[in-house]
Design a protein around this ligand. Structure first.
Ligand SMILES: [Mg+2]
Length: 261
């Protein structure tokens, strides 16, 4: 959870100032949490309050409530239209917004089947789209397998086989990589950044060095890296926490207490 949040915060500056190197300051005076953090908290609070199985309407209700609390966190126009509607409608976005917020599902549920089901429920109203659901599921399953202690070779094979993902080395795609928040464009390289590196910090550096939708790519990579390496290093974690508000920290801490420790 904090792995995704810190990835989002570090990436927030570089989304608007794309870089193609891993040598950069993690935090600046302009670093801030964005929609990725807000909706990660929304999913976490849904799970905290509902216990085991969360109905799709509950995810949608929390997602809307969090949007209303943080409407200027960087949400896309399509999502805003959905969130501001009085009714809960079904939207079919293929954007990476579904994948960026699901790390809590990988932590809270105890079988792959439940993880897949809960991701579907979380996607139902905002991303009822095969591409968005497939990649969001891949991210949550990666978190799930990482926290269960599976190694990278196993996780990679599983994602290739179950979700048809073809991973390409970051080195090969970096130069021509541009901003595109479509799931199939931004989720595989985010996961690849995790495969290619050996600790949390180098993972988010590699993710951001790609350019493009940096906060989301780093949030996805960071969420998996946290599960695999057993947390976020304290110095980085504390700087990230400093940029969150009390309500978010309360949810993230409660979630960590219940599901991560
Ligand atoms: Mg964002």
């Amino acid at each position: 959870m904090y792995g995704a949040v810190v990835g989002d915060i570090v990436g927030s500056y570089y989304e608007w100032h794309n870089i193609k190197t891993e040598d950069f300051e993690l935090f600046s005076s302009e670093s801030h949490f964005t929609d990725d953090t807000v909706l990660t908290c929304a999913i976490a609070e849904s799970i905290l309050n509902m216990g085991k199985s969360v109905p799709r309407k509950c995810y949608a209700t929390y997602i809307k409530a969090y949007y209303k609390r943080y409407p200027y966190a960087g949400f896309g126009q399509m999502f805003k239209n959905w969130a501001e509607d009085e009714e809960i409608t079904v939207q079919r976005s293929y954007g990476n917004g579904a994948a960026m917020r699901v790390s809590a599902i990988g932590w809270a549920f105890e079988s792959e089947k439940e993880v897949l089901k809960q991701v579907y429920e979380s996607c139902y109203y905002t991303h009822k789209n095969r591409e968005a659901i497939r990649y969001a599921r891949a991210v949550a399953i990666a978190v799930f397998l990482a926290r269960k202690g599976m190694d990278k070779t196993y996780i990679k094979k599983k994602l290739e086989r179950d979700f048809g993902i073809k991973f390409k080395p970051i080195e090969q795609i970096r130069a021509g990589y541009e901003f595109n928040s479509r799931s199939k464009y931004s989720v595989p390289p985010a996961i690849e950044a995790f495969f290619e590196t050996d600790d949390y910090e180098s993972c988010i550096r590699r993710a951001i060095s790609l350019g493009g939708d940096s906060d989301t790519i780093a949030a996805i990579a960071g969420g998996i890296a946290e599960a695999y390496y057993g947390g976020v290093p304290d110095d980085i974690l504390n700087k990230g926490k400093f940029l969150l508000d009390g309500g978010m920290k309360k949810v993230l801490n409660e979630f960590s207490e219940r599901y991560i420790k």
